[in-house]
Design a protein around this ligand. Structure first.
Ligand code: FE
Length: 292
């Protein structure tokens, strides 16, 4: 049996396109996009902003349902406020994460915080959608809200690469968040001259999304620039280099290899299950957000 390690190359490269979401805010979306509909188990990657809101100008996504997958919100700048039909309420602050398992169904609201709406200010963050396997699509909703101080951070021996470990493990540090299937979600900051190699399980989907500067990926290496998403090829290691300050998300996950039926906020395995989700939502079976 071979135990030789292999550094992953870039198999496919796509650009994020700009798109309006929710109440009309703009996102940069590399997934899904032309040429990349799914990166199993990842369904969607949205970069929100960076955007500078005037007082009274901040917009979000008012009450809407989800079923069959997980929404993961990571705030870099600004503040996000959420509430949902399970009675959960919270504010996601810079560096904080909300990992929401919609499972059988929730109605939630994702808005800029009251303060950001009143005073205006900068907003920058990510929302990614992680698919659930068939056996967990109707699991009970779950919320993991992790403040910035609870997200483990590690720095490479030469001090030039720093990682915030939201999910998975990097540079010997394990994430605080528990995931239903093996997921890697890491925010890497690279200084000029950084050259770091990290593990990403063989057979798992591997993605690099660059949101500042440019990163050299793999042994060759291949450049991935701001706004580009690289789908990585086979291997068990990821090598990242930068000659100027750069920032990227490294995502990894075990592919589910199951049929995907998606319609708006619902992601199931069959068209019948989508129809059921719509009927359940319309009949109020995903609940309502209690206010006042
Ligand atoms: Fe949502």
């Amino acid at each position: 049996m071979s135990t030789e390690s292999k550094v992953r190359g870039v198999k496919h490269l796509v650009y994020g396109h700009r798109q309006q979401e929710g109440g009309g805010f703009t996102v940069r979306r590399p997934l899904p996009t032309a040429g990349l509909q799914l990166a199993d188990p990842f369904l969607l990657i949205d970069e929100l902003g960076p955007v500078e809101y005037a007082p009274g100008g901040a917009i979000g996504a008012p009450d809407h349902p989800h079923r069959g997958f997980e929404t993961v919100t990571y705030v870099l700048e600004g503040e996000g406020e959420h509430e949902d039909s399970a009675g959960h309420r919270g504010v996601i602050r810079p560096g904080g994460v909300q990992w929401m398992t919609a499972g059988a169904g929730v109605v939630h609201s994702e808005m800029p915080s009251r303060r950001l709406q009143q005073e205006g200010g900068r907003m920058h963050g990510f929302q990614i959608w992680v698919n659930l396997p068939r056996r967990l699509k109707l699991t009970a909703p779950r919320y993991q809200e992790v403040g910035p101080e609870k997200i483990p951070t590690a720095t490479s021996a030469d001090g030039k690469a720093t990682v915030r470990v939201i999910a998975g493990e990097a540079l010997g540090v394990r994430a605080a968040i528990d995931t239903h299937t093996p997921i890697v979600y890491q925010d890497w900051s690279l200084d000029p001259g950084a050259d770091v190699t990290t593990a990403l399980a063989a057979g798992h989907t591997g993605l690099v999304y660059v949101f500042q500067g440019a990163v050299e990926v793999g042994e060759l290496p291949q450049p991935v620039r701001d706004g580009q998403l690289a789908v990585l090829g086979d291997g068990d290691l990821v090598r990242l280099r930068a000659s100027a300050p750069a920032r990227l998300l490294l995502l990894g996950g075990a592919p589910l290899d199951e049929p995907v039926a998606r319609y708006g906020p619902f992601v199931m395995n069959t068209a019948e299950e989508i129809h059921q989700a719509m009927a359940d939502y319309q009949a109020g079976r995903m609940g309502h957000i209690a206010r006042g």
